[in-house]
Design a protein around this ligand. Sequence first.
Ligand SMILES: Cc1cc2nc3c(=O)[nH]c(=O)nc-3n(C[C@H](O)[C@H](O)[C@H](O)COP(=O)(O)O)c2cc1C
Length: 378
Amino acid sequence: VANNSFGKHFRITTWGESHGKAIGVVVDGCPARLELSEADINEELKRRAPGANAWVSPRKEEDRAEILSGLFEGETTGAPISIIIPNTNQDSSKYEPIKELYRPGHANYTYLKKYGIFDYRGGGRASARETACRVAAGAIAKKLLATQNIHVVAYLKGVGDMSVDMDMSVDLSDLPSVLKARNSSPLFCPDVLTENEIIRRVDRAKSEGDSLGGVVECITAGLPVGLGDPVYEKIEANLAKAMMSLPASKGVEFGCGFAAAAMRGSEHNDAFGVNGLLSNRSGGILGGITTGELLSLRVAFKPTSSIKKQQQTTDLQGNIREFTLPKGSRHDPCVAIRAVVVVEAMAALVLADAFLAAQLQPILQNACASYATSVPSL
Ligand SMILES: Cc1cc2nc3c(=O)[nH]c(=O)nc-3n(C[C@H](O)[C@H](O)[C@H](O)COP(=O)(O)O)c2cc1C
């Protein structure tokens, strides 16, 4: 299964499966002399880990990252940073009764058709366990961005059919407050009223043996004007790919997003004032390049595929069968909750990559200019 790398200048390669010995990530391209510790990474992993409360999977994954390379006396050396996270809480026996069945909403159907082999004990590379590696790498990207005063914060905006256009009581331009409120919420939701509504809905879906989808919003403050390129490296193109590479993500939008389609130009355009844009319906991006305003995006996550309700499926030979999750199966009632941390990590990875690309631009531009003046014109 190829294509396990992401990014150009800040490049990550993840490896491992949910029921193997360990998972891990190699981060290549991180500049030298960035202060970094295992604690920085483990703090982020702890936020992603399941088992924290009644609204996420009860699996207990004691995610503890170990940095194997690329670090000397608490600073990055510029060499590849290799991180390993041992798998400590696999329970393969749960999968035994369903190993001959296609799992509705899961990847074992397409994997088996494509590769002819699938480790039935979990999701293999499709398992959301892989996202722990992204979070570990994202922790480094976040530290790099913080040196430039760039901060990324994601939070849960809503679940089920809640309107995501409802304003929250938090002031999004005050990122430290958003972060504080988000971090004190078990559902990563910075607004108490919205959080209560989410809890009510998730509890209800859970008690009915069902699951819910949800929307994660992510904002980034402190971006300079000029990250991203105008065509294939548009910042929203790379962010969209990052978000759509997440398990269970089904849609992404920037700024006003899909609502922009129902607006007129006179409603949607951001007017310019002497100090920049007067509004931010474009979500901080024009022509694929950051405007210097808050960058905002949303990701829609489908309802968790694993549900207690009975469903129809077939066995590997194509015979109709009933699909019931084995007793004691552990899963997230709404994957969007834990996806918050992963969305934040992916946004940080894309922006760190774009930041490093932007550093190269003036160097190359100057080199071209001095070459042009040194070559006599014909
Ligand atoms: C953080 C996170 C946790 C997830 N936990 C579960 C889970 O407990 N049960 C489940 O069925 N799917 C879970 N998923 C989603 C599945 O991994 C995903 O839906 C499945 O692999 C099929 O891939 P697809 O939805 O991208 O098509 C989770 C996704 C994320 C991002």
